[in-house]
Design a protein around this ligand. Structure first.
Ligand SMILES: *[C@@H]1O[C@H](CO)[C@@H](O)[C@H](O)[C@H]1NC(C)=O
Ligand SMILES: *[C@@H]1O[C@H](CO)[C@@H](O)[C@H](O)[C@H]1NC(C)=O
Length: 132
């Protein structure tokens, strides 16, 4: 009798452990990059292509006041190349070491170029539009 009791107890204990484990796994969501266009109305579109490990992982054409988000594999470096009329711009949009532990990486796209923030405010300017 006693051993049956302990056996049931053990099963209950193990299933609780499993529940905790799977909850933990669900909580570990992938970081996401949010690109937000702050270009004035009437601007040309911005065409962006992002690659990681030589593969295209995302592309988007931004209208003014548009936004786009891309989930990130935490071990990959993402390089995004953008065209704005005759100008271009490139940024390392996600870098595993620089962005370690961040849930969201915000990128603001405006007439100056690309700026980064982890909180959607106090953006740090990173890369200007260039013409050659
Ligand atoms: C990232 O790399 C680490 C160390 O090599 C590895 O333990 C982990 O599973 C990797 N994560 C993903 C999501 O590939
Ligand atoms: C980021 O901030 C801007 C300006 O305050 C706001 O319009 C936008 O909705 C925010 N985006 C996200 C994803 O929080």
């Amino acid at each position: 009798m006693a051993s049956k009791f302990w056996f049931s107890f053990l099963i209950l204990f193990l299933s609780l452990q499993l529940c905790t484990l799977s909850t933990a796994r669900h909580k570990r969501t992938l970081p996401v990059m949010k690109f937000i266009s702050a270009l004035p109305e009437g601007s040309s579109p911005v065409i962006m292509n992002c690659k990681a490990s030589r593969f295209v992982r995302g592309s988007y054409t931004f209208k003014p006041a548009d936004s786009y988000q891309l989930k990130v594999d935490i071990n990959d470096t993402y390089y995004c190349l953008s065209m704005f009329g005759m100008k271009f711009n490139s940024v390392y949009a996600f870098e595993p070491v620089r962005d370690k532990g961040r849930a969201t990486i915000f990128w603001k796209i405006d007439l100056n170029g690309f700026s980064i923030s982890y909180h959607n405010f106090s953006f740090k300017f990173v890369a200007p539009w260039e013409s050659e």
